[in-house]
Write a protein that binds this ligand. Structure first.
Ligand code: FES
Ligand SMILES: [Fe+2]
Length: 471
């Protein structure tokens, strides 16, 4: 449903707009009409991570991407990566994924519709219409028979699609955040593994579980136990007895040991976030020669670790970034969000990436990739489909398993009588509010340039404040 505002702009109905950014109406996470408002006004206008480019390395390689009822085929052509809307120009049958494969190579055969056998080449041009003489000539215009093309841009080793021909470009939407990942040579990373699960929760609830570190003390207690100073200095040293307090007398040796333990826990808990090869290098950097001040000593130790990781990975044949340089020139938050449904976690050179797609108001598909670089020529074959596990599977690494333990029960809690709003910490949960207000901006059909400017502000907003989004 849409209505005109006094200026004649088209405005969609928003049943539960954000009025106070610190209070988020609970119905935004399960109301059918709100979900529909997102389907109609958000998803058709945003950049969506559609596939990893390593999945389509050769000319003719293609893969299907679908979300909220719309599907596209992403294909590597002789002229670069293209995307086609996934429907036959005859009677609308999906060309890919309908009852066939959801990836393949079309270099020789082209795309063939499973219903009456019409065909297209990788560029989407019609190459065959069975029984051409049976149709009125004016229905067979080559342009109309061609697959409808969809906007696609490549960045960071991924293809991103956008259904809106008028949306600002990916770079205009994401801004300098992309430079930070370019400096880390993100396009060189490859998937070590790809897991997925269906979570019985709204897609935003799943996203928002990663927007602050305030939950670490209770949800990931092993991390706060290892380095209480890291968390307590951000969220408060009074943990109510639930976690340890900062030890003001910690020795340099004990502090470095705690940092190493933290890296080990991040690796065991989330793989690519800190890679095992990086932990091993960090472990080899002792505390000899560091200053007496534990904080200064730690900063110096991390400088040495960064330098050693860069040097050793390069010696091993990887094109590792100069970590000390990129961390000064392009510092990144612990989690970086590419609105609306893709985010990245990085510490040194490796990364974890996450993508979340709604399956309905109270269900979503949650995917995780562990990404790292390999010496040229030693890259593994890419996974073409995720390993799908139940969300409580013990095969998930510990950190997402701990996050998944909260997300489905939170979805239930939202329905509880008397729970009308989430109440956010304005100083560290601002990203939740900002995300939600940006969604409202899309539902209100705000100016695309303003929406892009607001999207850029969310890039470095992890653990951040409620911002003026200019919407
Ligand atoms: S629907 Fe595709 S050829 Fe008929
Ligand atoms: Fe978490």
């Amino acid at each position: 449903m849409a209505e005109m505002d006094p200026a004649g702009m088209l405005r969609a109905a928003n049943p539960f707009p954000i009025e106070n950014p610190e209070l988020i109406p609970s119905k935004r996470y399960y109301d059918e009409a709100f979900y529909q408002a997102e389907v109609e006004n958000l998803w058709p206008h945003v950049w969506q991570m559609a596939c990893r480019l390593e999945q389509i390395p050769k000319v003719g390689d293609w893969i299907e991407y679908s979300n909220v009822g719309k599907s596209v085929i992403v294909v590597r052509t002789r002229d670069g990566v293209k995307a086609h809307h996934n429907h036959c120009r005859h009677r609308g049958v999906p060309i890919a994924g309908g009852h066939g494969a959801d990836h393949g190579n079309c270099a020789k055969s082209g795309f063939i519709c499973p219903f009456h056998g019409w065909r297209w080449n990788m560029d989407g041009e019609s190459t065959f219409v069975y029984g051409r003489h049976l149709f009125s000539e004016d229905l067979l215009d080559q342009k109309e028979l061609a697959l409808k093309s969809c906007r696609v841009e490549t960045w960071g080793g991924c293809a991103f699609i956008n259904f809106d021909d008028n949306a600002p470009s990916l770079r205009e939407s994401m801004g300098p955040l992309l430079d930070g990942f370019d400096a880390r040579k993100m396009e060189k990373l490859r998937s070590e593994w790809w897991f997925a699960t269906v979570l019985p929760a709204n897609w935003k609830i799943a996203m928002e579980a990663f927007m602050e570190g305030y939950h670490v003390m209770k949800t990931h207690p092993q991390l706060q136990h290892a380095v209480p100073a890291l968390y307590n200095s951000r969220y408060g040293n009074d943990t109510g007895g639930l976690g340890p307090q900062i030890n003001p007398d910690i020795s340099v040796a004990d502090n470095i040991a705690a940092q190493v333990r933290n890296l080990e826990l991040l690796n065991e808990g989330m793989s690519g976030l800190v890679h095992a090869k990086e932990v091993e290098i960090a472990r080899s950097i002792g505390h000899d020669g560091l200053p007496d001040d534990p904080h200064q000593a730690m900063m110096m130790w991390f400088g040495k670790v960064n330098a050693a990781i860069t040097a050793e990975l390069r010696a091993h044949g990887e094109d590792a970034p100069d970590l000390n340089q990129v961390m000064v020139e392009h510092p990144l938050e612990a989690v970086s969000f590419l609105f609306p449904h893709y985010f990245l976690l990085t510490f040194f050179t490796s990364m974890s990436s996450y993508r979340i797609r709604p399956l309905g108001p109270e269900s979503c598909l949650f995917e995780i990739w562990s990404l790292t670089q390999f010496p040229e020529g030693q890259e593994p074959a890419p996974p073409m489909a995720p390993t799908i596990l139940p969300y409580d599977s013990q095969d998930f690494p510990m950190i997402p398993r701990q996050d998944y333990s909260n997300i489905p029960i939170q979805q239930k809690g939202l329905h509880s009588q008397g729970f009308d709003f989430m109440r956010l910490a304005k100083d560290v949960e601002g990203l939740v509010a900002n995300y939600q207000r940006l969604i409202d901006g899309y539902i209100a059909h705000d100016d695309p340039a303003k929406l892009a400017a607001a999207t850029q502000k969310l890039g470095g907003n992890f653990d951040g404040k409620v911002l003026d989004l200019g919407l």
